[in-house]
Each structure stands twice: as structure tokens, then as C-alpha cells.
Ligand binder design. Structure first.
Ligand code: SAM
Length: 256
């Protein structure tokens, strides 16, 4: 029986499972990590390619079923662990990059994405099923109500593509929200090599601390109104109107 505290909504719609598999397009040479395999709905489309496949599942009651179904594949390895504490880098061989996939438990998706963004340099791409609203935040553009810390930090590291939406009826039990599939592809070269990620994180966190306040107010203590003006940024503007490049400009200024 699906357990709520593990965020278990199992995919049952074969059409949707097929579309996700087509989007991932797994290859034998891939090294894939699946987070939260559950009863194996996605695992079934990955393992037969003969790829190297590490799966990370927190619910111990699902372990026996997963081993019974997938141990026959030589590339398969099950980790009975919490993905939030899992050491992804330890899985990689020299020079190799991981493909990370999962129909994620929605209660941990934001911290998990931040953790994976920290590991972006060892990741080739990520395909996730998420709450639609989280996908809208990841793929948001400046000026929209979804533009904020999650989208800015994701787009700093990755190309983000909102692939398609998935209705509640595609799962058992159906979740209370709409879902969507997103692809995150870490950039091979940063367009902002001289920007420190931690400084950018600080600026973005402060800028959005109070959505109704101006940049001048939210960034008080980090940068002055005069410094913002010298970057061509209106201190009276709100954070949600700023482009990623402008946040980067502010972050660069912190150390200058
Ligand atoms: N992939 C399956 C599917 O599509 O039917 C299951 C998806 S279900 C939404 C999320 C899965 O993640 C469950 O199997 C749940 O037990 C597992 N899970 C929950 N929290 C986890 C965590 N912290 N680390 C790893 N797996 C977790």
C-alpha cells in the first residue's frame, strides 16, 4: 500500500511512462541514477537497455520487490538510502557524468534539486517528475510570478526545459496537484566564469526575502542604492523584474 510519508504516488499510466522513457532516451553506455524507484515503473524502461543503473530508495519495504525484479540486470545496483544524504559523486568513475532521473517525492524535491545543482559538474542531465508549480518555478522567466531563487539558481547551472504536463489520474493514488516533466542540462561551460555561486546565492536570497519590497530595501547591508545605479539597475525595482545577468552583476560587485 502506498505510503504518504514517503511521498508515494506510483505511476500507472503506460502512455506517460512511455513518454518519459522517450524523453530520457536511455542508452547502454549511460550511467543512470534513479531516485525513488518505488515499484519500478520507470526502472522497467531503463534496466533493459543494459546501462549502469544505480537506484536510491528510502522505503525498506520496497527493497525486496526491486531486487527480485531487477537483480537479473548486471548493471543494476540498489542503494537503500535517503537521496538527501546520498553521496552522488562517489558513484562516478573518472571523467564520467551521471544521468539522474526520478518521479520525485514532492515533499523533498526542492532541497534535492539544490543538492544536485551543487553536483552539477558530475551530471550530464536530469529528468524529473515534479509538482507542476515547481517546474514552472524552475523554467520561469524574469517578470513572471514564478521567477525566484529556485529558477535563478537552476538556470545559473543548467538549461531548463519544461517538457510536458501529467495529470493526477496517471498515478496511484492520484496526487492533489498537477505534475510535469522537466529536463535540466548542466552547462558545459559557465557563461559567468567570474561569478561566485555562493555570492549569487546570497544576493538572490536577500533580493527575494520580502517580495513586496524594493531591491534597495531587500539588499540593504549587501549593496548600496548607488552601487545598483552604477550597474544600471533601478534600486526602486522589485527582484522579480531582474534578469539572471543582473543578479550576476550584483554578485560580482560584492567582492570587487
Ligand atoms: N518511481 C516510482 C513511480 O514512478 O511509480 C515511485 C515514485 S514515488 C512519487 C516516490 C518514491 O521515492 C517512492 O518510492 C518513495 O518511497 C521514494 N522516496 C521518498 N523519499 C525518499 C528519499 N528521501 N530518498 C529516496 N527515495 C525516497
Amino acid at each position: 500500500r502506498p505510503r504518504k510519508r514517503f511521498g508515494q504516488n506510483f505511476l500507472t499510466d503506460e502512455g506517460v511512462i512511455g513518454r518519459i522513457a522517450a524523453a530520457i532516451n536511455p542508452q547502454e553506455a549511460d550511467h543512470i541514477v534513479e531516485i525513488g524507484p518505488g515499484q519500478g515503473a520507470l526502472t522497467e524502461t531503463l534496466a533493459p537497455t543494459g546501462c549502469r543503473l544505480d537506484v536510491v530508495e528510502l522505503d525498506r519495504d520496497l527493497v525486496a520487490g526491486l531486487l527480485a525484479a531487477f537483480s537479473v540486470y548486471s548493471g543494476f545496483k540498489l542503494h537503500s538510502a535517503d537521496a538527501l544524504k546520498f553521496d552522488f559523486a562517489a558513484l562516478t568513475d573518472e571523467g564520467e557524468r551521471l544521468r539522474v532521473v526520478g518521479n520525485l517525492p514532492y515533499n523533498i524535491s526542492t532541497p534535492l534539486i539544490f543538492k544536485l545543482l551543487e553536483n552539477a559538474s558530475i551530471i550530464q542531465d536530469m529528468h524529473f517528475m515534479l509538482q507542476l508549480e515547481v517546474v514552472q518555478r524552475l523554467a520561469a522567466t524574469p517578470g513572471s510570478k514564478h521567477w525566484g531563487r529556485l529558477g535563478i539558481m537552476a538556470q545559473y547551472h543548467c538549461q531548463v526545459d519544461h517538457l510536458f504536463d501529467v495529470p493526477p489520474e496517471s498515478f496511484f493514488p492520484p496526487p492533489k496537484v498537477q505534475s510535469a516533466i522537466v529536463r535540466l542540462t548542466p552547462r558545459s561551460e559557465s557563461p559567468w566564469p567570474d561569478c561566485s555561486e555562493s555570492e549569487l546565492g546570497k544576493v538572490v536570497q536577500a533580493a527575494f526575502a520580502q517580495r513586496r519590497k524594493t531591491l534597495r530595501n531587500n539588499l540593504k547591508g549587501l549593496v548600496s542604492a548607488g552601487q545598483l545605479e552604477s550597474l544600471g539597475i533601478d534600486p526602486g525595482a522589485r527582484a522579480e523584474t531582474l534578469e539572471l545577468d543582473q543578479f550576476v552583476d550584483i554578485a560580482r560587485g560584492l567582492n570587487a
